[in-house]
Each structure stands twice: as structure tokens, then as C-alpha cells.
Design a binder for this molecule. Structure first.
Ligand SMILES: Nc1nc2c(ncn2[C@@H]2O[C@H](COP(=O)(O)OP(=O)(O)OP(=O)(O)O)[C@@H](O)[C@H]2O)c(=O)[nH]1
Ligand SMILES: [Mg+2]
Length: 284
């Protein structure tokens, strides 16, 4: 049996987390149209009769922001390269190359790991993928290049075949039924963070941290969840809560519906917004 760790690498917003969810067949990582959605390395495990692939989703390389979170995320990408057996390099043909892409390609050319390249978003018509040819010409010493769609699952079987092609025989790293290493509590926090990303503009989502404070299973089987949303400034807190608490209600209700779908019971979700200019030094 084969087994190994495979890093999903690429700049922000190319669809690494969407690809992870598609490959695993369930939502283990959150996805939004904003860059730097992924903050924590989420692993998803694909089980197959040939063996096991442990995908490591990573924060996208993002050179636009010079804050502490960005620094930690970029360092993480560099570090992760040393702990994996192969890399899936994800490209986005809707956007032109730039300094971030060049940075990633430089890292990939320097590694001796097998690299498989994918150009994502193949479900879009060609006119919406003006840089398809540019990316097809990319050379990072990859073994193969596929045009795939994380959204419609196009060619993901070819990608999985190619990964098994480069992995070595090994003992499995995870038990048969385990699909992810993210804990249920972390998953709940991530889901609320996703709804904040989806509903709030500009820099606010980057200033927040969601923390599960309390989880209670009640006698009737329903769940009560209390969560804190930490932000760095009083004015952000105001915007997260919104006029008449409308924004917070919208975030809470979107998160609650999705949690209820997954846990299959009634959920009460209480969200508290708190200000701490220094949360980044405590939580990241
Ligand atoms: N049309 C199309 N959109 C996609 C596809 N894959 C991802 N997207 C969209 O691209 C955006 C970014 O997706 P993510 O999966 O969050 O991207 P990411 O690479 O994980 O981004 P970071 O976590 O910020 O590094 C979202 O709006 C997705 O819905 C795809 O195959 N086709
Ligand atoms: Mg992501």
C-alpha cells in the first residue's frame, strides 16, 4: 500500500481549499472569494484501494500584506515543504502571474520533491481563463500538468492517479475512516470565520479570531454553542455587530444553518464580539 503527505501549494485564491474538499468529498476546509482565507494547515485524508493520500492544505503565498499574520503564513509554507512527500502546485488561469507566483515557482524549482501541476477552474469558459496558456507554459520541473476543476471535479481522478504514481510504499498514517485532522471544535470556529469573511468587507476579516467558549449538549439533543469573535479595534467590533445587530445575526444564522445540516440537530449559537488589539500575538 502507498501512503504519503501531499502539500497543496499555490498563491491565495487559486482554489486549494476547494480542491481539498473536492478530493476528500466533504467540507473540511473553509472557502471564500477573499485571499488569505486559510490560516491553519488543514489535512484531509483520501482513502483508496491503492493506499492513502494525506493532503495538506496551506495558506496561500501572499506578499501583499506586511503584518504578522502574513509573515507567519508565508513562513509556514516554506516550512511545510520540508515535511511532505510530493507537491500539488495549483494555478489560477483567471489571473496573470505576478511576484507571488514567481516566488512559489522559485521554491518549487528548488525542491527535490515530485511536483504535479494543476491549472484549476477548468469549468469556466476559456474567455474567463485568459492566462490558461501562460500557466501551461510554466516549468517547475513538474512530472505532469493537468487542467482541472475543483468545482466540477473535472480530471481529479487523473490527478489522484498521478499522485499515487509518485508516492512510495508506506504504512498508512491515519486510521481508515478518518477524513481530517481538524477537530470538531476547530471546524466550528472555522465555519463562523468563513461566514465573517463572506459577509464583511475589506480588512475586517483579517483582524478577527473565532474562539469556541462553550459547547453544551442539552437533554433534548440540541446543542448550545457560545463563541467569541475577537477583533483588534472598537470600530471593527461595531461593524461586525452592525446596525441593530443585523450583521451579527446574518453571520450567526448562516453559520447555524450549516452546523445544523452537519450535526443533524437543533443548534443555538451565541456570538460575542470582543476587542483585544493584541489577539494576534496570543492566537496565531
Ligand atoms: N469557477 C471555479 N471557481 C473555483 C474553483 N476552485 C475554487 N474556486 C473559487 O475560488 C475562490 C477561492 O477558493 P479557495 O478554495 O478559498 O482558495 P484558496 O487557494 O484555498 O485560498 P487561500 O486559502 O486564501 O489561500 C472561491 O471563491 C472558490 O469558490 C473552480 O474549480 N472553479
Ligand atoms: Mg484556502
Amino acid at each position: 500500500m502507498k501512503s504519503g503527505f501531499v502539500m497543496l501549494a499555490g498563491r491565495s485564491n487559486v482554489g486549494k481549499s476547494t480542491l481539498l474538499n473536492a478530493l476528500i468529498g466533504t467540507k473540511v476546509a473553509i472557502v471564500t472569494p477573499k485571499p488569505q482565507t486559510t490560516r491553519h494547515p488543514v489535512r484531509g485524508i483520501l482513502h483508496d484501494k491503492r493506499g492513502q493520500i494525506v493532503f495538506v492544505d496551506t495558506p496561500g503565498v501572499f506578499l501583499g500584506r506586511k503584518d504578522r499574520v502574513s509573515k507567519v503564513l508565508n513562513e509556514f509554507v516554506d516550512d511545510t515543504l520540508s515535511g511532505v512527500d510530493a507537491v500539488v502546485y495549483v494555478m489560477d488561469p483567471t489571473r496573470d502571474m505576478g511576484p507571488e507566483e514567481e516566488h512559489i515557482q522559485k521554491l518549487l524549482r528548488a525542491t527535490r520533491l515530485p511536483v504535479i501541476a494543476v491549472i484549476n477552474k477548468a469549468d469556466l469558459e476559456l474567455a474567463k481563463r485568459p492566462f490558461q496558456k501562460t500557466y501551461e507554459a510554466s516549468d517547475v520541473n513538474q512530472t505532469e500538468t493537468f487542467s482541472v476543476s475543483a468545482k466540477s471535479h473535472k480530471n481529479l481522478n487523473l490527478l489522484v492517479d498521478a499522485i499515487f504514481g509518485v508516492l512510495e510504499e508506506n504504512e498508512p498514517h491515519y486510521p481508515d475512516l478518518q477524513l481530517t485532522d481538524i477537530s470538531h471544535n476547530q471546524w466550528l470556529e472555522e465555519l463562523v470565520r468563513e461566514k465573517i469573511f463572506l459577509n464583511l468587507e475589506e480588512e475586517i476579516p483579517y483582524s478577527i479570531k473565532v474562539q469556541l467558549e462553550e459547547l453544551e449538549v442539552r437533554d433534548d439533543g440540541s446543542r448550545f454553542l457560545a463563541m467569541n469573535i475577537w477583533t483588534t479595534e472598537e470600530r471593527y467590533k461595531k461593524m461586525i455587530i452592525g446596525k441593530g445587530a443585523e450583521m451579527l445575526k446574518r453571520i450567526g444564522s448562516a453559520a447555524r444553518h450549516e452546523i445544523e445540516d452537519v450535526v443533524g440537530c437543533k443548534v443555538f449559537l451565541e456570538l460575542n464580539v470582543k476587542v483585544d488589539p493584541k489577539w494576534q500575538t496570543r492566537f496565531v
